[in-house]
Design a protein around this ligand. Structure first.
Ligand SMILES: Cc1cc2nc3c(=O)[nH]c(=O)nc-3n(C[C@H](O)[C@H](O)[C@H](O)COP(=O)(O)OP(=O)(O)OC[C@H]3O[C@@H](n4cnc5c(N)ncnc54)[C@H](O)[C@@H]3O)c2cc1C
Length: 442
């Protein structure tokens, strides 16, 4: 049989974004020939793997950097993933109802949480306000050993799915997509090195010398998305700043909930949290830290040239760095987080962060989690000279899209897939079964 080398749609990248799109196209369109290319020998081995991220389904209710409007939007995409999990009975298999809360420590943060609770109550009616007394019963580790004059409060719930093994969900997307459409090809251990537009088709050249052709291409290659865009001359207005995140394990398992702390709006997803790790025997994980790294993958051989190419240093990028570092909070945060990676001193320093959540833990109770934590491809908008705080998409309008997906990219995978599936259907003049999508996932 002759090998197939032409597809209607090719997806580059087998993390949760690429696989969510594969599933969405298979289930809600009649597009027949679809392929996914992944450079490693398995699905979701990098940031979407349970080891790479914080395993949190971000609903906006405990992420204090979100405004109410943003939280409502995030909740919608989180609900899609929750509904997908329910559709296939993945409850308590790949997604778990671990209690979760946003914790305020000290008078200022306590006042902040009380105000936020009032503001969020009608749109997030399941959220509850837990004062110090209540927390002493629900989550004693938050109170034990704390200065008795230090007030704490939390808004939280135990009613929502809050923890997800995004890696297993990504694998399930592939399995379920293949059940819907027998023509799907998933090519593992195949790296797309170059994409060229030839008339109304795209030619994809792989690292093994093979070539494939497609009518439409979506690049969901994490930190490599911008690199592939730059190679084609797209996205020159963007740079990629890879931010690595590490975690620490607690040797004492005394937390039942996901406990988020108050975020600094200038540094989204920078405040650390404590989470029961759902794949590591329910050990408590604290983190993530955040450190700029000169590589596109956290724990693989680094191609420094690829990093340079996707950063594409310029006077605008320098200006963004200068502006960021002129802010005292950001400067201190960058230095602290660098030190959290330095063996010998990191444990002692990071213990202070942990104590904000669990006061009784000290440096001997935590250990640096080797090999755990991924990398966030933060995007710099060179034209407007600013660091983008969320996801970014380059839609060329010509049949190719590139997605950059830092946090909370795993939570919003189906929301992003919906957007891309609609673009693809419009471009290829194919129907998108929106009512079915809405009925099943919204
Ligand atoms: C420390 C940390 C904590 C986080 N916590 C959360 C959280 O709690 N909740 C949440 O929602 N999000 C979280 N995120 C973000 C989340 O992990 C990412 O947004 C998400 O995993 C991105 O998925 P992706 O599929 O776009 O990218 P990835 O998971 O990075 O997948 C990209 C895939 O593309 C492949 N690839 C790359 N280049 C090529 C190529 N040329 N050819 C073929 N394949 C290629 C890679 O091998 C990889 O498999 C966290 C991230 C970090 C770093």
């Amino acid at each position: 049989m002759q090998k197939k080398n032409y597809y209607n749609v090719v997806i580059v990248g087998g993390g949760i974004s690429g696989t969510a799109l594969l599933y969405t196209l298979a289930k809600y369109t009649k597009i027949k020939e679809i392929a996914l290319f992944e450079k490693y020998d398995d699905i979701a081995t990098l940031n979407s793997n349970a080891k790479g991220n914080s395993q949190t389904l971000h609903c906006g209710d405990i992420e204090t950097n979100y405004t109410l409007k943003k939280a409502i939007k995030t909740n919608k995409t989180a609900t899609m993933l929750e509904n997908y999990g329910k559709l296939y009975n993945y409850n308590e298999k790949y997604m778990f109802k671990i209690p979760k809360m946003a914790l305020g420590v000290g008078d200022e943060e306590v006042a902040f949480i009380k105000k936020r609770y009032k503001e969020f109550k009608s749109d997030f009616p399941y959220m509850q306000l837990w004062d110090k007394e209540k927390l002493a019963i629900l989550e004693p580790a938050l109170v034990q050993g704390r200065d008795k004059d230090e007030d704490i409060i939390a808004m939280g719930t135990d009613e929502r799915y809050s923890a997800v093994d995004f890696g297993e969900i990504a694998k399930s997307f592939v399995r379920n997509a293949k059940k819907e459409n027998k023509h799907i090809d998933v090519h593992l251990s195949k790296e797309v090195e170059e994409i060229e537009q030839l008339g109304d088709k795209f030619k994809l050249s792989l690292n093994n010398g093979e070539h494939y052709f497609a009518d439409y291409v979506v690049v969901n290659a994490g930190a490599h998305s911008l690199l592939l865009a730059h190679k084609m001359g797209y996205g020159q207005e963007y740079s990629c700043l890879p931010i690595g995140g590490s975690f620490y394990y607690s040797k004492v398992d005394n937390l039942k909930s996901k406990v988020y702390t108050i975020q600094n709006p200038k540094l989204p997803f920078a405040a650390i949290h404590g989470d029961p790790d759902i794949v590591h025997g329910n050990t408590i994980r604290f983190g993530p830290t955040a450190i700029a790294l000169p590589k596109l993958e956290r724990y693989h051989h680094a191609h420094f040239i690829d990093f340079l190419e996707s950063l594409s240093p310029s006077s605008e990028v320098l200006e963004v760095f200068q502006e960021l570092l002129s802010d005292k909070d950001i400067r201190e945060y960058a230095v602290k987080n660098f030190l959290y990676e330095v063996p010998g001193i990191r444990q002692k320093l990071f213990a202070k962060e942990v104590q904000k959540i669990v006061p009784s833990l000290d440096e001997d109770d935590i250990t640096f989690a080797e090999g755990i934590g991924g990398l966030r491809p933060q995007v710099i908008d060179k034209k407007n000279k600013k660091l983008l705080l969320g996801e970014a998409k380059i839609n060329t309008g010509d049949g190719i899209v590139f997605n950059m997906t830092p946090s909370p990219g795993a939570t919003s995978c189906l929301g992003n897939a919906l957007e891309d599936a609609k673009l693809i259907c419009k471009f290829l003049s194919v129907e998108f079964k929106e009512n079915k999508f809405k009925k099943e996932l919204l």
